[in-house]
Structures are given as structure tokens and as C-alpha cells.
Ligand binder design. Structure first.
Ligand code: FES
Ligand code: FES
Length: 392
């Protein structure tokens, strides 16, 4: 293993990597920056494009260990970038995306074009974008979107000539990428990395999806166990959840989620069985979404165990659920599973915010679930399989 140390979206990070670990896996698996997508993993589709020291590279064929000391910018790192802001609006306006799988890499490549060749005409944009493949929209909307921003950039810099189709030169990005494969011999000693959390597992059986996961709360087991029996607090920590009734053994409520154009509000009830001695709880529930005519039922078991000598608590979760109706297609393809995991991660973050000193209100708003982070990561599981299956 090699300890990689680099800067990602302005933040110093480090992590243990295999010599063969590519940058995309490091970003996605260790840093959870899942906006960087993986399609071909052969340097062909451009879905994994990120900036490495300001230059677009394929993170699927860039070794993480070769990025020592480099500055990486992923799609999550452009929130305050005005050109990226214009491109995002233009992509929406011009229908430059459909499933969105190619879009993070497409946007980063497009920003590079706009800044490097302001005023680029359609032919030049098509040449420059040739390394970014989209399997949904066709390219007209994408090219229109990039052209509109490139034209605006040229207008903002009077006197800059329009840029037309140019012979294809060896991309600077490729040269920079190859140079990164050499690690400097005088690299200073690197800081140790924290141990990774226990990996989650998942599986499927006859229409049912099961997964196991866990999270850690920075409080002793007893208060955490009590918090988990506080239904209004649990609902407040679960983004999109609304509690409409509870009596200690049953709860009623709804959970609203939005995945891009897909919106669902599951209303239902659940029975709660808590084993105080074993600090184990079984939740059996069912719900339906009237708008999509989808139904779900399932069981969730959680167990509270001490961690780090009672200073913190690990909550072990086992989930088994069945989704029926139009939304079931997303269950089969992994989107619902990713959604469930994201909900769990946000729930854990909110519980931790509650137990932190002075922490009461720092909860993740439901809107966060409706925004890009969840959508990108959830669609990833679906789109990755779809790309690999070769479907058109
Ligand atoms: S080019 Fe990296 S995933 Fe396709
Ligand atoms: S929008 Fe490009 S692959 Fe779907």
C-alpha cells in the first residue's frame, strides 16, 4: 500500500492506496466524492474527467499514487465557479442532459473549452468534446449549451477572435496525465491515515433487496439507544421524513424523496419491537406512493453496540425490503439501494449533530436529498451497469 497525499477541492486529503488504484476509485470510494462517474474505465468515455492541476484528465486511467501533491478538482468543487454556474444553466436550458451520467465529466470538459478557446464555433466544440461520450441526449443540446457560454465569454473579452475548427493536437491533458505516473523520489514523509469504516454489504433475493450497514455516533450506547426511541427526534433527523402519529409501539408518517424528475412520497406505518436488554430493535413497515402507484414493505433491524470503550456507539443496521410498482425498476438497478444508504448517512450525520456540544438544529434539510449529491450517486449504480451492458 502507498499513502497518497493530495489536495481535493481545496482540502488536503490522504489515504492508503494500492499502486494500481486509480484516482476515480480513490475519489469515490475513500472520499465519497461520487460526482465523478465511471463508465468505460478505459479512458474512452470521459465520464470520469476531473481537473488535475487545472488540466482535465481521465481519473479512471490516472493512478492515485501518481497524484502525490497534486491539486484535484472534482465536479463537487465548482459550486462557486461562475463559468461552471453558467454552463449548468445552459445545459438545463438547452436540454444538454438526460440521465446525467456523462454530465459531470462533460461539464468539466466544457468549462475547459470555454476558458481555453472562448468563442469556439460548433465544429471546434465538437472536436474538443470528442472524448466525452453521451448515450442519451445526442450532442446537439450539449454543443448548443457550450457554444452559448463560449460566445458569452468571447463577448466579455472584446477583440478576442472567433475560434474555428483546428487540427487535433496532442492534448495537453494527456501529456500531464502521463507525467503524473512518475512519483518524485524526494517526496516528504506522509501522515498516517485513519482506519476506514467497516464496509457495508448488500445482496438480493427473489424481489427483495437486503443490505447491511453501520454508522458511529459520538455518544455512549445508552443515550443513543434512548435517542432512537424518541420518534419525533428520529423523524427530525431523517431528511424528507414527517411523523404524523406514534404511540410507542407504532409510528405513522411519510418519507418524501426526489431523484431528478422522479418524485415519491411514501406514506405508511411501522410496528416497533425494542429489546431493551439486547439493545436491539425490529421495525416492520409498509407504505405506498399514490403518485407513482408504488408500494414498499420491509424490515429494519438495528443493534446498538459500544465502540471505542463506550465513548461512542456503533449502530448496526440490517435492512430487507421489497419495492413494487413503477419505481421497482430503480430497486432492481440499485438506485433505491443507494438512496437508502444516503438516507442512512444523512441520518447518522444529523444524529451526530444532535449529540455534539450545543448541537440541536444542524440537520440536513430535505432539499439536500433533492439536490445533486444524491442524484448523482444514486444514478451512478444504475448508469454504470447500463453502460457496461452496452444498451443504447
Ligand atoms: S474515460 Fe474514464 S470512465 Fe470512461
Ligand atoms: S445524459 Fe449523457 S449519458 Fe445520459
Amino acid at each position: 500500500m502507498i499513502l497518497a497525499q493530495l489536495t481535493v477541492n481545496g482540502r488536503p486529503v490522504s489515504g492508503q492506496v494500492e499502486p494500481r488504484t486509480h484516482l476515480a476509485d480513490f475519489l469515490r470510494e475513500q472520499l465519497r466524492l461520487t460526482g465523478t462517474h465511471l463508465g468505460c474505465e478505459h479512458g474512452v468515455c470521459g465520464a470520469c474527467t476531473v481537473l488535475l492541476d487545472g488540466v482535465p484528465v481521465r481519473s479512471c486511467i490516472t493512478l492515485a499514487a501518481a497524484c502525490q501533491g497534486a491539486e484535484i478538482q472534482t465536479i463537487e468543487g465548482f459550486d462557486d465557479d461562475p463559468v461552471m454556474g453558467e454552463l449548468r444553466q445552459a445545459f438545463s436550458r438547452e436540454h444538454g442532459l438526460q440521465c446525467g451520467f456523462c454530465t459531470p465529466g462533460m461539464l468539466i470538459a466544457a468549462r475547459d473549452i470555454v476558458l481555453r478557446v472562448p468563442g469556439a464555433d460548433e465544429a471546434r466544440i465538437r472536436t474538443e468534446l470528442a472524448g466525452n461520450l453521451c448515450r442519451c441526449t445526442g450532442y446537439r443540446g450539449i454543443v448548443r449549451a457550450v457554444a452559448s457560454v463560449a460566445t458569452a465569454e468571447r463577448s466579455a473579452a472584446p477583440g478576442a477572435p472567433a475560434v474555428t475548427a483546428a487540427p487535433f493536437a496532442e492534448p495537453a491533458a494527456a501529456r500531464a496525465e502521463m507525467a503524473r505516473f512518475t512519483v518524485a523520489a524526494d517526496r516528504p514523509a506522509l501522515a498516517p491515515v485513519a482506519a476506514a469504516a467497516a464496509p457495508a454489504s448488500s445482496g438480493e433475493e427473489k424481489g427483495w433487496t437486503t443490505f447491511a450497514d453501520s454508522f458511529v455516533i459520538a455518544a455512549a450506547p445508552e443515550p443513543v439507544w434512548r435517542m432512537l426511541a424518541d420518534f419525533p427526534l428520529v423523524a427530525a433527523c431523517l431528511p424528507g421524513a414527517e411523523l404524523t402519529g406514534h404511540d410507542g409501539r407504532t409510528v405513522k408518517g411519510s418519507l418524501r424523496v426526489r431523484l431528478g424528475p422522479i418524485s415519491a412520497a411514501f406514506a405508511g406505518s411501522a410496528a416497533i419491537e425494542r429489546d431493551e436488554a439486547a439493545r436491539t430493535c425490529l421495525v416492520k413497515g409498509a407504505g405506498s406512493d399514490g403518485a407513482s402507484r408504488s408500494r414498499t414493505r420491509g424490515e429494519l433491524t438495528y443493534r446498538v453496540v459500544p465502540e471505542d470503550g463506550d465513548r461512542s456507539t456503533r449502530v448496526l443496521i440490517d435492512v430487507r425490503y421489497n419495492l413494487q410498482g413503477p419505481l421497482a425498476q430503480f430497486s432492481r438497478s440499485g438506485i433505491a439501494l443507494e438512496l437508502a444508504r444516503r438516507l442512512l448517512a444523512d441520518f447518522a450525520a444529523n444524529l451526530n449533530a444532535r449529540v455534539s456540544p450545543g448541537g440541536q438544529a444542524a440537520t440536513v434539510p430535505a432539499a439536500r436529498l433533492q439536490a445533486g449529491r444524491l442524484l448523482w450517486s444514486a444514478l451512478w449504480a444504475w448508469a454504470r451497469g447500463w453502460f457496461r451492458s452496452g444498451k443504447t
